[in-house]
Design a protein around this ligand. Structure first.
Ligand code: ADP
Ligand code: TYD
Length: 214
């Protein structure tokens, strides 16, 4: 299991595809940078050279390319490399790490929405990662509206979006469950508003968290 350094702050953004997570992660990173903080903006799957290579295996190709079990292993392999090479070194030097997706995505995408693989997801997380963020923002919004935003982008990385609106609805429910299960760590943010309103909420919550930490 990995050891969390005592220093640094680890923030994550979660939510269904197209909810605005990446937009919000970038906005928060820019605000904190402008205030003079050491900020590392990263993403999953990816965020390190090895994990970006694994990302391509995961996000491209047919929806049924991997069995659910293989997919869980690949996400954990990518996450372990991301932690070793990017997240933990940054926390060790006292940085604020902002990750666009992390382990909650595996809990929801692989553990809740597909088969009943949550026990495998949880065991693997405990064994090879063992670290959760200090604070997680779930950007919540209607699944169809989010899907329309996401597909409009046509990134070529739409393997999960291609699974359709019913799947996205199940994912949204999974994220809402997580927010209820871990209220101390997970903050639910209404993402169906203009970007500035959403980012103002996120920044205010981050500031509250940081001053409570001092
Ligand atoms: P995600 O990372 O959750 O998939 P993105 O941040 O990439 O979502 O946003 C998906 C699309 O929706 C982008 O084209 C982005 O510019 C747009 N978008 C993001 N936030 C909002 C918002 N609050 N209102 C309208 N459009 C948005
Ligand atoms: P991402 O690049 O965040 O997609 P988007 O910007 O469209 O939200 O993530 C790629 C896909 O990988 C996304 O559909 C969610 C999925 N995913 C999982 O299924 N499990 C995971 O553990 C992670 C990190 C992502």
């Amino acid at each position: 299991m990995l050891q969390r350094p005592q220093t640094g702050i680890f923030l994550t953004f979660e939510g269904i595809d197209g909810s605005g997570k990446s937009t919000q992660a970038r906005a928060l990173a820019a605000s904190l940078l402008a205030q003079g903080h050491d900020v590392v903006l990263t993403r999953e799957p990816g965020g390190s050279t090895g994990a970006e290579a694994i990302r391509r295996l995961l996000v491209e190709g047919a929806a049924d390319r991997w069995s659910p079990e293989t997919e869980i292993l690949l996400f954990n392999a990518a996450r372990r490399d991301h932690m070793e090479k990017t997240v933990l070194p940054a926390l060790a030097r006292g940085a604020i790490v902002i990750s666009d997706r992390f382990a909650d995505s595996t809990r929801v995408y692989q553990g809740a929405a597909r088969a009943s693989l949550r026990p495998l997801v949880d065991s693997l997380h405990d064994m090879v990662i063992g670290i959760d963020p200090d604070l997680t923002f779930i950007i919540d919004m209607d699944a169809r509206a989010a899907l329309a935003r996401g597909l409009a982008r046509k990134s070529g990385e739409d393997r999960f979006e291609d699974m359709g609106a019913v799947f996205q609805e199940a994912l949204r429910a999974g994220f809402l469950d997580l927010a209820h299960m871990a209220p101390d760590r997970v903050l639910l943010i209404d993402g169906a508003r203009d970007m500035g309103a959403v980012s103002a909420d996120v920044l205010a919550a981050t500031r509250t968290f940081m001053s409570a930490r001092r």
